[in-house]
Structure formats: structure tokens, C-alpha cells
Design a protein around this ligand. Structure first.
Ligand code: PLP
Length: 319
């Protein structure tokens, strides 16, 4: 077994993916089983329960112009998720932080999408008892990616609301970030079939829940609302709460009936993959004026400004 180290392995930057791999994988660096690897070589066993049973938790943080954004909040959520799932990795929090920074530094990316994952792993005896499994930490850094592309960010996304119901929170706790995405993927196909660009799905009470990798907010008469029940408490969602507090705008986490979504003055979605992103069309209706609204714009500007604020961001230790 390889000895685990959180130090970058000498020579790793020279291990460039082959031409074939470059076409298949984004350029990046991963850490698994104690080693830093090019993305094309970071592979998990098909016997890992993370693959077989979605028995895993993860978190995604981004790096923007050389700085992690709200890394502490992402690490808090990741370590809490591992604890709730009774997973353990042989790395302390500061070591995980160093591993993430090393992945970014070794990749050379100044703006990156950085994931930390803990899978249940497996047991050498193929035991069916999860307590026998050796849990596995994986991390990687690839180029920054967004739910919405440049054009969609300028004109606003077209969202389709799917009747698909998000997995009940008493079945899979949505506050533990997870890969139970079959409902979200089904919603996405429903939205594509209806001519929309992305989806929102429902909670078990028939209210709006969330979408594939994002939370949603409405703005009505200057007040913001986002679903409270059956959703992942996103770090970008939390950031919107914090920004609203700073600028004195009212925001509530509460049930969001479907009608309120179509009657809103503004709608936006939030994700580490893209930040605050406007929605200007829901199903076949226009949201508000059909243009990106002033509250969405103000929050988006503030959100990106905070990426250079020392209280909200941490520099990557480039080599
Ligand atoms: N909801 C789900 C299901 C997600 O997977 C994500 C992020 O991947 C979010 C919401 C947004 O969370 P965050 O703002 O922390 O990226």
C-alpha cells in the first residue's frame, strides 16, 4: 500500500496526460490513495461502495483568480457529512485543506472546480458490512465550470419545472451532500423535452425544491425567498443570506409554491459551479420583465467582489 502523504509528489507536474486522455478528461490533478495523479489516472475500483451504492459524500469548492472561496464552510459541511455517515479518513482537516491546495497548485489552474470526496470504499474480504469498509478520500482540481454559460448569464436561463419529486429527506438526508441524483437527472431530461435549459424539481409536499447542482431564489417586492425543506443548504445560498444581511435586504427560507415562482419579479439560482445565475424564463412564461433584474445584478456583483476579500477567501499556495 502506498504511504499517504499530503505533500506534492516530486515530478507530478511532469506527468502530463497523453493526447488521448486530454480529449477524454479535463486537465487537472487528483489525489487518491496517498498520491497525486493526472485526472486521467485517477480511477476508483468498481467494488468501491461509492460506485456500487452511491455510498459517498462530497463537497465542491471553487478557486477564483488564485483564491479559494469560503473554503472553511465547504470543509465544515464535508467533515460534518463524513461524521453523519460514520466515515473516517486518515487526514485531519488541515491536511485535507493542504491536499486541495496542492491539487490546484499542481494543476496550475488559477480558476478551478475543486472536489473532495469520501467514499465508503470496500473491504478486502468483500464483506457486506459497511463497518468493515476502508473509507477512501479523493480530491481533484479541474478548470472552473458553471451551470450557465456566458450567453445564459447575460440573458438569463430558461428553467423547466418537472413533476419529479426529490428523494424524501427522511430517506436520504439532503444536508449531507450526496450523489443521489437520479431524480435530478430525470428532471433535467423532462426540462430538455419541454425545450428548457435546466430543471427545478419538487419536494415531497409539492413545493419547489432545487435543481441539478443548485438552489433557487425568488425576489418579490424586494424580498427574497428560497426553499427551506428537502434541499442541500448550499454554501452559495448561505452566501446570499450573508450578502442580504450586509445590504439590508429581507430573505426567508420557507416553502416555495410553484405559483410563486412564476409570479416572482426575479428568479435566480445559486451554485459553487457558477455563483448567482439569473433565470428569465420558467416553462413557457417570462419572469418579470424578461431581463436580468436589479436585485440579481446587485447580489451577483457583490458575490464576485467578495472573492478578493480576505475574510471570505484564502489564497492557494502555488508551488
Ligand atoms: N443543491 C444540490 C443538490 C447540489 O448538488 C448543489 C451543489 O452541487 C447545490 C444545491 C448548491 O450548493 P453550493 O452552493 O454549496 O454549491
Amino acid at each position: 500500500m502506498t504511504v499517504a502523504t499530503t505533500e506534492p509528489m516530486v515530478g507530478v507536474p511532469e506527468v502530463e496526460p497523453s493526447h488521448k486522455d486530454m480529449r477524454r478528461y479535463p486537465h487537472g490533478v487528483a489525489f487518491m490513495d496517498g498520491q497525486y495523479l493526472p485526472m486521467s489516472e485517477a480511477k476508483v475500483s468498481v467494488l468501491d461502495w461509492g460506485f456500487l451504492h452511491s455510498d459517498a459524500t462530497y463537497d465542491t469548492v471553487h478557486v477564483w483568480e488564485g483564491r479559494f472561496f469560503r473554503l472553511d464552510l465547504h470543509l465544515d459541511r464535508f467533515f460534518r457529512g463524513m461524521e453523519r455517515l460514520r466515515m473516517k479518513v486518515p487526514y485531519e482537516r488541515d491536511e485535507v485543506e493542504r491536499i486541495l491546495s496542492n491539487c490546484v497548485a499542481l494543476s496550475g489552474h488559477k480558476s478551478a472546480y475543486v472536489e473532495m470526496i469520501c467514499t465508503r470504499g470496500g473491504s478486502p474480504t468483500f464483506s457486506r458490512d459497511p463497518r468493515d469498509a476502508e473509507n477512501r478520500l479523493i480530491a481533484f482540481a479541474v478548470p472552473f465550470g458553471s451551470v450557465a454559460n456566458k450567453e445564459q448569464l447575460e440573458r438569463g436561463l430558461h428553467v423547466g419545472v418537472s413533476e419529479t419529486v426529490r428523494i424524501p429527506p427522511n430517506s436520504v438526508d439532503p444536508t449531507i451532500k450526496n450523489y443521489h441524483w437520479l431524480d435530478l437527472v430525470k428532471g433535467l431530461f423532462d426540462a430538455y423535452d419541454a425545450g428548457a435549459e435546466t430543471a427545478l424539481i419538487m419536494d415531497t409536499n409539492g413545493n419547489i425544491a432545487e435543481g441539478p447542482g443548485f438552489n433557487v431564489f425568488t425576489v418579490k417586492n424586494g424580498q427574497l425567498k428560497t426553499p427551506a425543506f428537502g434541499v442541500l443548504p448550499g454554501i452559495t445560498r448561505q452566501t446570499v443570506f450573508d450578502l442580504c444581511k450586509e445590504i439590508g435586504v429581507a430573505v426567508a427560507a420557507a416553502d416555495l409554491p410553484r405559483e410563486e415562482l412564476s409570479q416572482a419579479d426575479e428568479v435566480f439560482i445559486t451554485s459553487t459551479a457558477g455563483g448567482i445565475m439569473p433565470v428569465t424564463r420558467i416553462d413557457s412564461s417570462t419572469v418579470g420583465t424578461g431581463k436580468v433584474g436589479p436585485v440579481t445584478r446587485q447580489l451577483t456583483d457583490l458575490y464576485w467582489q467578495k472573492h478578493f476579500d480576505k475574510g471570505w477567501s484564502t489564497p492557494v499556495a502555488y508551488l
